[in-house]
Design a protein around this ligand. Structure first.
Ligand SMILES: CC(C)(COP(=O)(O)OP(=O)(O)OC[C@H]1O[C@@H](n2cnc3c(N)ncnc32)[C@H](O)[C@@H]1OP(=O)(O)O)[C@@H](O)C(=O)NCCC(=O)NCCS
Length: 314
C-alpha cells in the first residue's frame, strides 16, 4: 500500500496513516462477529435501534461496495493496533478521525473495530476472573457513546473513538455508578451520564472497586482513587448549592495544584458535558438548570473553567 494514496483516499493526513502502520505492523487483527449475531451483540452493547440499524446496514461484508480497500485496511490495522495493547491503560487513538459524513462505513469504522475486539477483551476479562455481567455492563458504554454522539451531531466522536479503546483493552470497568480505570498506582474515576451522582451511589461504587481490583488484578497495587474532570473545578462552588451532588463529589478529593492541561480546553469540555454541543453560540444555549446558568454566566463574564485533578486514598 502507498501511504500517500491511502491517506488521500481516506481524507486524512499521511502522518496518521504512518502511525497506524508503525503501531499495527503485521500484528494480528481479529474478525468481526458473524453478521447474523450482530443484532443480539449490539443489543448487549447498549446500542440504540437507530444506531444499530446504521451499523447493520454498513456491515463490512466481504462483498460490500461501501468498503473500499483503504477502509478495509484501516479497520483491520486499527483492530490490530488496539489489540496489540491489550491490558494497556493509556489513552490510545485507534486511528485518525475520519470524514464520517461519507457514509456508514466511514461513520462507524471504529465501532466495527470495537465489535471485532469484543471477543478479545472478553477473553482478557475471563483470564482475570471478571464476571460476565461486569464485562457486558462495561462494554455497553459503546451504545451510550453512540447515542450521545448522535445528540451531538457527530461532534463527540473523535474523543469517543479513543476513549472506547480503554474498554476494548480491559482498562476500564463499570462498577455501579462509576467507571474505574486502572492507572499507574491509582484508580482513575470516570462519571458516565447515567442519572444523578448521588453520594450513596458513589460510595457503593467505590466499595465495589475496593473489592474488585485486588481480586481481579492482584498483581497491580492501587493506593488512591483519582479523577481529572471539569466536575472538580472549585469555581463551581460559586454557583451550585453545597448539597448538590457535584459539590459533594468534589469534597471527597484533595486537589492537585492547577496546571493548564495540554491540548484540552476546559471551557469546551464543560460545554461538551453540560450542553452536548461544542459549537452552538452561547446565547442560543438553554438555561434550564442551575449548572446551565452557571456555565453560561461564567463564560459570558469572560471567565474560564478549569480541568482539575484530585485524589483521595483508597
Ligand atoms: C455528573 C452528573 C451526573 C451530575 O449530575 P447531578 O447529580 O444532577 O448533579 P448536581 O446535583 O450537582 O446538579 C446540580 C444542578 O446542576 C444541574 N446539572 C448537573 N449536571 C448537569 C448537566 N450535565 N447538564 C445540565 N445540568 C446539569 C442539575 O440539574 C442541578 O440543577 P437544578 O437544581 O436546576 O436541577 C451530570 O453532570 C452528568 O451526567 N454529566 C455528564 C457526564 C460527565 O460530565 N462526566 C464527567 C466527565 S469528565
Amino acid at each position: 500500500m502507498d501511504p500517500d494514496e491511502t491517506a488521500a483516499r481516506l481524507g486524512v493526513a499521511v502522518e496518521d496513516v504512518d502511525r497506524v502502520r508503525r503501531l499495527a505492523g503485521d500484528l494480528p487483527s481479529a474478525p468481526l462477529p458473524a453478521k447474523a449475531d450482530a443484532p443480539a451483540i449490539l443489543d448487549r452493547l447498549g446500542v440504540r435501534p437507530d444506531d444499530a440499524a446504521e451499523i447493520t446496514a454498513g456491515w463490512p461484508d466481504p462483498d460490500s461496495p461501501l468498503w473500499t480497500p483503504e477502509l478495509r485496511w484501516l479497520l483491520d490495522r486499527s483492530v490490530a493496533l488496539v489489540r496489540a495493547d491489550l491490558g494497556g491503560h493509556g489513552w490510545l487513538p485507534p486511528g485518525p478521525a475520519l470524514p464520517r459524513d461519507r457514509g456508514p462505513a466511514w461513520r462507524h469504522l471504529y465501532a466495527y473495530a470495537y465489535l471485532a475486539l469484543v471477543d478479545v477483551v472478553r477473553a482478557y476479562h475471563r483470564d482475570h476472573g471478571v464476571a460476565d455481567a461486569v464485562s457486558w455492563t462495561t462494554l455497553a458504554d459503546l451504545g451510550r457513546n453512540l447515542a450521545i454522539d448522535r445528540r451531538m451531531h457527530g461532534e463527540g466522536w473523535p474523543v469517543m473513538q479513543s476513549w472506547l479503546t480503554l474498554h476494548a483493552r480491559g482498562a476500564v470497568y463499570e462498577l455501579g455508578r462509576l467507571q474505574h480505570h486502572r492507572g499507574d498506582g491509582a484508580i482513575d474515576l470516570h462519571i458516565p451520564e447515567s442519572g444523578p451522582l448521588t453520594p450513596e451511589a458513589v460510595t457503593a461504587s467505590l466499595d465495589e472497586a475496593r473489592a474488585f481490583f485486588p481480586r481481579h488484578f492482584p498483581e497491580e497495587r492501587f493506593t488512591a482513587f483519582a479523577c481529572g474532570s471539569w466536575l472538580l473545578d472549585p469555581q463551581l462552588r460559586e454557583y451550585l448549592p453545597e448539597d448538590s451532588n457535584i459539590i459533594r463529589f468534589q469534597r471527597r478529593f484533595e486537589l492537585e495544584p492547577y496546571e493548564e492541561p495540554e491540548g484540552l480546553d476546559a471551557d469546551v469540555e464543560v460545554l461538551r458535558f453540560t450542553f452536548r454541543t461544542l459549537t452552538t453560540p452561547l446565547d442560543r444555549l438553554p438555561r434550564r438548570t442551575a449548572l446551565h446558568r452557571a456555565v453560561l454566566d461564567h463564560l459570558t463574564a469572560g471567565r474560564h473553567w478549569q480541568w482539575r485533578r484530585g485524589r483521595f486514598p483508597i
